[in-house]
Design a binder for this molecule. Structure first.
Ligand SMILES: [Zn+2]
Ligand SMILES: [Zn+2]
Length: 87
């Protein structure tokens, strides 16, 4: 989670972002669709909630979460570079 100034109702705002994230099932890279990886899909012994975006095991991360894995290269999605080309 970033440290930018948060509105008073940030919990509600964040819960809504978590819900919206569940609707974004895939990303496309040069028009090729890739299914996003849900939290805990390929890793074990993780806390019940993502320690960055707070979603539960089996849910999709909030967009921009530091723990989301890239569905194309399996590295960290926010830094691997594939995200810039996705829509
Ligand atoms: Zn997350
Ligand atoms: Zn990637």
């Amino acid at each position: 989670m970033s440290t930018e100034r948060l509105p008073e109702n940030w919990r509600e705002v964040w819960a809504q972002r978590q819900r919206l994230a569940q609707l974004i099932k895939q990303v496309s890279y040069f028009n090729v669709p890739f299914m996003r990886k849900a939290y805990g899909t390929h890793e074990h012994d993780l806390p019940e909630q993502c320690n960055d975006c707070g979603v539960q095991l089996g849910e999709l991360h909030v967009i921009g979460c530091a723990n989301e894995r890239c569905p194309i290269c399996a590295r960290q999605f926010i830094v691997c570079g594939h995200r810039e080309a996705t829509a």
